[in-house]
Design a binder for this molecule. Structure first.
Ligand code: HEM
Length: 441
């Protein structure tokens, strides 16, 4: 006889809002408290919705690999992104998702990535050179602007013209709208501005598809327009629009967030800046080429460690499309289920001194991330694992290369970054960094 399934413990929180405000203010404290009280599987309420949290590497594997097809990514993400970023890759399921993901291979193949690296090198070098002249320099603001401008050139082939400023504005309005609690357009509120931004971009991309298809352009938009499967299938115009708008969103705040954490950690741990600079000297070139990425090893360790401590997405949501069980607990159809990169990235059973910045833990010798395949999940896992992870890795390495070649970065003595982990991690004070030019002798 099989044992009866256990009910998941947890609590609803405040009337109407549940734990929503605590989640937004500091989800990490909430995770710690709930885990302490209820163990590695519990529920909370966000507004009227029950959300089951599974807080272990085994739970990450169960949800992200989803061998029994229990979960929908589309239904989970649709709750926040349906009007602004509909039908992006993450908002598709099953066979349809598989088909689209295969076609989306084109803009991420090695030859395309190599071109993006070539294109980004001079833009990053010249922008970073100007940072040293700024008063009251806020790294988060500067890097957000840079990644947005890079997206305009790499993703859609725009130079930094007035038109690209309009595209950027529309895009920023959409991203801001996706973070608000009241998802209802009225009186020019943020949500309405977001929807207007989307309408502008739909029109902008829609009117350029035919020309892009015939062009020799090599940006991501052109690659998606020309993508073709082995069976001759291609994207419809609406698919192209939805994918390119979603890609810009998926790439932007995540990379901004992780570069901020990387630079904060480096400012607090200058010995790691020195190690990266030694790598830069050993490379012996004025730019970082595609072929050199693998040799830029210290930067990679630092990036991985910053993603461990400050994963840009502190949780990844799914929606249960059928009743299922995990470790003897009953998950109901319709439950939202969250896995948490943040929480599993700090489990003492996996990570030595989890609150310490220690990039060496990712070295081949120590390889703490290999203790469980789903212990380190800043890019998710399974069918929806981040498609842009190599692009992100290259962009972070390019910024570090040009930044640390030219500057020593520091924070005021005793400074601790005030951090808001959700919905996408961000330094609340926008990260005041001091950049001291390195005098070359
Ligand atoms: C450090 C930077 C980044 C982080 C931490 C990150 C994180 C993630 C995570 C956690 C997911 C999975 C979400 C889920 O399973 O529900 C995801 C999916 C995705 N990411 Fe990223 N991402 C980053 C950068 C990028 C970049 C630069 C791009 C594009 C150039 C990108 C494109 C995508 C796409 C297309 C998906 C959806 C994949 C699918 O559903 O098949 N990401 N990302």
């Amino acid at each position: 006889m099989t044992a009866a399934l256990k009910t998941i413990p947890g609590e609803k929180g405040l009337p109407v809002i549940g734990h929503t405000m605590r989640f937004i203010r500091n989800c990490n404290n909430l995770f710690d408290e709930m885990h302490e009280k209820y163990g590695p599987i519990y529920y909370n309420h966000y507004l009227a919705t029950k959300a089951v949290h599974i807080m272990s590497p085994e739970g990450n594997e169960f949800v992200l690999l989803d061998r029994d097809k229990n979960f929908s990514s589309r239904k989970a993400w649709n709750r926040s992104l349906k009007h602004l970023f509909p039908n992006g890759l993450m908002l598709r399921d099953g066979d349809e998702h598989r088909h689209h993901r295969r076609l989306m291979g084109a803009p991420f193949k090695a030859s395309a990535l190599e071109r993006y690296v070539d294109d980004m090198n001079p833009d990053i070098a010249s922008t970073v050179a100007g940072w040293g002249l700024q008063k009251d320099f806020r790294f988060y603001v500067a890097i957000k602007k840079l990644t947005l401008n890079l997206a305009a050139s790499t993703f859609i082939g725009q130079s930094l013209s007035r038109e690209s400023e309009r595209v950027n504005r529309a895009f920023v309005d959409m991203v801001e709208a996706s973070m608000v609690l009241v998802r209802y357009p009225m009186l020019g509120n943020r949500y309405q501005r977001g929807l207007e931004g989307r309408a502008y971009l739909v029109d902008y991309f829609g009117s350029r598809i035919a020309a892009k298809k015939d062009s020799d352009d090599t940006d991501m938009f052109a690659e998606i327009c020309r993508a073709e499967g082995d069976d001759g299938s291609s994207f419809s115009n609406q698919d192209i629009i939805d994918h390119i708008i979603f890609l810009m969103m998926a790439a932007h705040d995540t990379t901004t967030s992780s570069l901020s954490s990387v630079c904060y950690a480096l400012a607090k741990n200058p010995e790691w800046q020195d190690r990266i600079r030694s790598d830069i000297e050993a490379l012996g070139s004025s730019t970082l080429d595609y072929s050199q990425m693998a040799e830029f090893e210290t930067a990679e360790l630092v990036f991985k460690e910053a993603l461990r401590m400050y994963p840009p997405l502190p949780t990844i949501p799914r929606l249960a499309i059928k009743a299922c069980e995990f470790n003897g607990f009953q998950i109901d159809k319709g439950d939202q289920v969250f896995v948490s990169p943040y929480f599993t990235h700090r489990l003492p059973a996996i990570w030595t001194e989890p609150n310490k910045f220690d990039p060496q833990r990712f070295s081949k010798e120590r390889a703490e991330d290999r203790i469980h395949k789903h212990a380190w999940i800043p890019f998710g896992g399974g069918a929806h694992k981040c498609l842009g992870l190599r692009f992100a890795d290259f962009q972070v390495k390019l910024v570090l290369f040009h930044l640390l070649k030219n500057y020593q970065i520091s924070v005021k003595p005793g400074y601790e970054m005030p951090y808001q982990p959700a919905p996408i991690g961000k330094p609340i004070d926008l990260l005041p960094l001091t950049l001291t030019p390195i005098i070359k002798t």
